[in-house]
Design a protein around this ligand. Sequence first.
Ligand code: 5GP
Ligand code: MN
Length: 337
Amino acid sequence: MMTSEAILTAQQLLAEPKKIAIIHHRNPDGDALGSALGLYHFLLQLGHKPTIISPNDYPDFLAWLPGAETVHIFERDIHNGIKLLDEAELVFTLDFNHLSRTGDTMEPALRRVQAPFIMIDHHQKPDDYATVTFSDTSYGSTCEMVYHFITQLGHKELLNKTIGTCLYTGIVTDSGSFRFHTTTGTTHRIVAEFIDLGVDNSAIHSLLFDNSSPSRLKTLAKALENMVIMPEHSASYTYLTQEELTTVNHVKGDTEGVVNYGLSIKGIVFTAFFTENKDEGIIKISFRSKGDFDVNQYAREHFSGGGHINAAGGKSTESMEATIQKFIATLADIKIA
Ligand code: 5GP
Ligand code: MN
């Protein structure tokens, strides 16, 4: 929950109609875009002029979210993006806590902003750039925190189907459809309220999860084919090279969720998924775990990343082979299960 001091400061910052920039991290997921749009619809009702500025494109499977068409894509139109940031009288940063998570193009522009910041986020180790920092790793999603932000500010009456639809999306995607341990009774009570407001939970699940495409299925098939299982370490990994991604006609978002298959094998509690990005010259890595093995700490220590205890990410500038060799080498020294 927010402290009463944080609530008061946020209320003061929102007392007059303002131009407000809402920003989430680069490569937005359901929680990033869902929280931004939920907050956007709330701020509109309060009489503000909010604009969501996404560092780069959001994936197609989120394009149906109400208001997604209004999102400004910074890396596509830097000139206007900078103008929006310069004009902003207040900035919300959602679902991240280090400005570097907006990427090399947007970060410098964001650092020049003089307006106050409000951070709402559930990752570990927040930076100290915001006037109001609502940061708590016990929440399963930023969307759930935006719900508390709205209600703690005393505006529960403004919650509606549109806001609920956006926030439901991040709650369901970041909780692995309510399966992760951060899912609480409160999470379910919030979702129950949304359903009572008319949110079509069943339709949202279909929009999010039954929207596969030939390239997405082929991406998954290739990743499953490449999977290596190491029962002696209770671990597994898989990878997709740039060449493989090109062969399956991969588009942004096709690799979403692939990493979870590595944990679906009995006895496996740690998995990694390596994807090669030739444009950026990096191997992007997703880590997932079950139970006590802390992939956030692991990603920080070995692959300059971070995240949460059971879901984290990192990167490597070495080749795919060298990166995987490094990963395998770390397994000998750590206690996984
Ligand atoms: P994903 O594997 O879905 O990309 O990321 C899983 C989680 O780890 C997300 O919560 C994301 O915010 C975090 N994460 C992913 N990549 C990085 C990274 O390079 N640095 C940090 N600090 N966190 C990351
Ligand atoms: Mn999140």
